[in-house]
Design a protein around this ligand. Structure first.
Ligand code: MRU
Length: 340
C-alpha cells in the first residue's frame, strides 16, 4: 500500500482522502494547519498512528506560517495551533503524543523561529519514518504468533491506511505472508463508518492478501464454527487497566474469550498511556447521523428517533491474550513492567 500521509518536497501535507475509499484513490494537499486539523476531524485521515503523524505535520505547517513573527508572538500562535490540533479527536493517544513531542522541541529551542521551523519539519518527517519501522517490528513480533493456514479476524482498520504504512494489527499478517505462511483475514465491516468493509478490504485486496468481509454481528458465529483462529485488533489508547479501540472491539473480545480464541492487540509504544486508567479517558462521541444515515446518505432510522454514536469502546485486560508492540509480545503484567 502507498503511504497514507507524506510531507511533500514543496512543504505540504499530502494524504489519501480515506472518505472516498474504496471507490476512488484521491489525494488531498494542505499548506495550512487548520485544514490539517479539519482533515483529522472529518476523518479524511484516521487511525491512531496516522492522525499522530498528521498532527505532527500540522504543527510543522504552522511553524512555516508563523516563522517570521517575533519569538513571543510565534510561541503564542503555535500554542493556539497546538490546541486546535489537540481538539480534533479526543481518544487516540498518538495525537497528543505527537503534538507534545513537537511542542517540546519548540519550547526548548533558544534560536529564532525561522531556524526552528526547519527542525520541526525534520522531526515530523522523522516521526513518519519511525512509524513505518515500528510497524515492521510489530509485524515481525506478531508473525511469530501466526501459523500457516491461520484465519485472522480484525475489527475496523488498523492497517497501512491507519498508519503511515504497513499497519499495526495487519502488520503480523503482512509479515507472516512475507515469511511464506498462508494467512487470510476476516474483516468486520465496522459500523457506522465501515472502516473494515471500505478500508481493510481495500488495502488487503490492493496487496493481494486474501480477505473476506462480514457483518459486525457475524464474528461470534464464525468463531463457534471454528472459522477464525486468532483475533488481532489495533488500539487508540492503552491505559493501565484496559484497551480502547473502535466500537465493537469489546464484543469481539468477549466472543473470543468464550470460544478460547487468542485475542491480541497490536500497539506501537506511542499508543501506550499506562499512567492513565479508564476514568481518565474521553470516549469520542460523533455526530448521530453517522448511525442514522448509512455513510451520511440513506436514512435508516425513523425521523425523530435519537441515535447514540460512541466511536470507541473499552476492553478490559482480562480479555486480552497479549499486546504486540515493536519490542515484543506482552501479557498485561509484562506490559506494565516494561513500559510503566
Ligand atoms: O475512528 P478511526 O477510524 O480513527 O478508528 C481507528 C481504530 O479504531 C483503529 O483500530 C486504531 O486507531 C488503531 S490504528 C493502527
Amino acid at each position: 500500500m502507498i503511504p497514507s500521509i507524506e510531507w511533500t518536497s514543496d512543504n505540504k501535507v499530502k494524504m489519501i482522502d480515506q472518505t472516498l475509499l474504496p471507490h476512488k484513490l484521491e489525494f488531498l494537499e494542505f499548506d495550512n494547519y487548520r485544514d490539517v486539523a479539519t482533515s483529522i476531524k472529518v476523518m479524511n485521515i484516521r487511525g491512531a498512528p496516522a492522525i499522530g503523524i498528521a498532527a505532527a505535520m500540522g504543527m510543522a505547517i504552522a511553524t512555516i506560517e508563523y516563522r517570521d513573527l517575533p519569538k513571543e508572538k510565534f510561541l503564542e500562535s503555535m500554542e493556539k495551533a497546538a490546541n486546535i490540533i489537540r481538539s480534533t479527536r479526543p481518544t487516540a493517544s498518538n495525537l497528543f503524543w505527537a503534538v507534545d513531542r513537537i511542542w517540546k522541541i519548540i519550547t526548548s529551542y533558544p534560536d529564532s523561529p525561522k531556524n526552528l521551523s526547519e527542525l520541526v519539519i525534520e522531526e515530523a518527517k522523522l516521526m513518519a519514518q519511525e512509524d513505518i519501522t515500528v510497524n515492521k517490528n510489530i509485524g515481525k513480533r506478531g508473525a511469530e504468533l501466526l501459523q500457516d493456514g491461520d484465519v485472522v479476524l480484525t475489527h475496523c482498520n488498523a492497517g497501512s491506511l491507519a498508519t503511515v504504512q504497513y499497519g499495526t494489527a495487519l502488520a503480523p499478517v503482512r509479515s507472516a505472508i512475507e515469511q511464506g505462511k498462508k494467512i487470510s483475514v476476516i474483516a468486520d465491516e465496522t459500523r457506522p463508518r465501515l472502516q473494515g468493509a471500505r478500508l481493510t478490504a481495500y488495502e488487503l485486496q490492493y496487496d493481494n492478501i486474501p480477505v473476506k468481509v462480514i457483518s459486525d454481528t457475524s464474528s461470534g458465529l464464525l468463531m463457534r464454527l471454528g472459522k477464525i483462529n486468532k483475533v488481532i485488533v489495533g488500539t487508540d489508547r492503552v491505559t493501565s487497566d484496559a484497551v480502547f479501540n473502535k466500537i465493537g472491539t469489546y464484543l469481539v473480545a468477549l466472543a473470543a474469550k468464550d470460544n478460547n480464541i487468542p485475542f491480541y492487540v497490536a500497539a506501537p509504544s506511542s499508543t501506550l498511556s499506562l499512567h492513565e486508567t479508564v476514568k481518565d479517558v474521553t470516549i469520542e462521541q460523533r455526530d448521530s447521523t453517522e448511525v442514522s444515515n448509512v455513510l451520511g446518505k440513506v436514512q435508516i432510522v425513523p425521523d425523530g428517533v435519537e441515535c447514540l454514536n460512541y466511536a470507541f469502546d473499552i476492553t478490559p485486560f482480562r480479555l486480552v491474550t497479549g499486546v504486540i508492540t515493536e519490542d515484543g509480545v506482552f501479557t498485561h503484567k509484562e506490559l506494565l513492567k516494561k513500559y510503566e
